[in-house]
Structures are given as structure tokens and as C-alpha cells.
Design a protein around this ligand. Structure first.
Ligand SMILES: [Fe+2]
Ligand SMILES: [Fe+2]
Length: 194
């Protein structure tokens, strides 16, 4: 047997931490989307909604692996701290960079050591998507006044890749055909669920 009980229990802890992190990121981005809409940054609003969906996808994958290991997914959802859209983009970018550079690499190493392949897979896929999210937030923040426009973003239903490139044929992270991507477009604020 390649995996130790201690390793599995640490992997399980990491899966729960990642599940909680992704669930909170989804809640935070949904709140940030409403703020962006209020401030007239329609494109950022769509980006936050699309990325919130991506984090839900990550959370659902982590939850599946947690269940497979015999535990129940548990997340404490905190009330999001909402700043200006510029501040929210910076917070979001930092969070994604932390997950990409620190949290997921550590969780992947640990899951590899404990031999839990499905945990390695869900962590790897999430980490690759977080890198894309960080870049999108950085680009929006660097050019904030250009974000007051309608926009469409697409979300890969398997890995949570987010893109506004509609010439894409397949997901660069997981190869899902582009026509399967979920579509998020700007909608007037009166239609947002407040
Ligand atoms: Fe993300
Ligand atoms: Fe994908």
C-alpha cells in the first residue's frame, strides 16, 4: 500500500481547507460582482461572476474527493469584506496568487506523497485555473477605466478555466471542447439577484 493513514488524513484536511477556500472565494466574488456593477465596471462584474462559478466548480470537485475518502465536506462561509472595485480586484488577485504559488503546490506535494491520486488531480486542475484567474484580475486592475463596457466570459465546466477568447477550440488546461463552456454576459443591474 503506497499511502499511509497519516498522509490520507493530512490530504483530507487539505481538501477541506481547499473546499472552504473555494467556497468562500465564490461568495466573495459574487459580492464583488455586485459592487463592480454598482460602480459601472460591467466587464469586471462579468469577470467576477464567471470566476465565482469557476470556484464553485473547484469546490464541487474537492467535495467529491472528500466524500470518496469517507468524510463530509465542511465549509464555514465568512461575510465578504467589500471594498472599491480596484481594492476588490487587488484582493482577488492576491488570493489567486497565494493559491497558485503557496497553497496548491503544498497540497499537491502532500497528496502525491500520500498516494491519493484523485486529490492530486483536483488540486492540480484548480491551481492551473487560479493562475488564469490571477492574470485576468491583474489585467483588469491595470486597465480599470477600460472595464466600463459589456463583456462575455466563458467558463470551462470541468476545470474552471475562465476566458474571453471565443476563438478557443478546446480548454488549454483540460481539453474540454469550447462549445461546452458556460457563458457569462453583462446583464443590466436590475436583473442581478440582490
Ligand atoms: Fe480562482
Ligand atoms: Fe478546462
Amino acid at each position: 500500500m503506497s499511502s499511509s493513514a497519516a498522509g490520507i488524513s493530512q490530504t483530507l484536511k487539505n481538501l477541506q481547507a481547499a473546499f472552504e477556500g473555494e467556497s468562500n472565494a465564490a461568495a466573495r466574488y459574487t459580492a464583488f460582482a455586485k459592487k463592480a456593477e454598482d460602480e459601472g465596471y460591467s466587464r469586471v462584474s462579468v469577470l467576477f461572476r464567471a470566476t465565482a462559478r469557476a470556484e464553485q466548480i473547484h469546490a464541487a470537485h474537492h467535495a467529491k474527493v472528500i466524500t470518496k475518502l469517507g468524510a463530509t465536506p465542511e465549509a464555514k462561509i465568512s461575510e465578504p469584506v467589500i471594498g472599491t472595485t480596484a481594492e476588490n480586484l487587488a484582493v482577488a488577485k492576491n488570493g489567486e496568487e497565494y493559491e497558485r504559488d503557496v497553497m496548491y503546490p503544498e497540497f499537491i506535494r502532500e497528496a502525491e506523497a500520500s498516494g491519493e491520486a484523485s486529490a492530486v488531480r483536483t488540486f492540480r486542475m484548480a491551481s492551473a485555473a487560479e493562475a488564469v484567474h490571477a492574470d485576468l484580475y491583474g489585467a483588469a486592475l491595470a486597465n480599470l477605466e477600460a472595464q466600463r463596457m459589456a463583456a462575455i466570459f466563458y467558463v470551462c465546466p470541468l476545470c474552471g478555466e475562465v476566458t474571453d477568447d471565443d476563438t478557443m477550440k478546446t480548454c488549454p488546461i483540460c481539453n474540454v471542447p469550447f462549445e461546452k463552456f458556460e457563458v457569462f454576459r453583462w446583464i443590466p443591474s436590475c436583473q442581478l439577484n440582490r
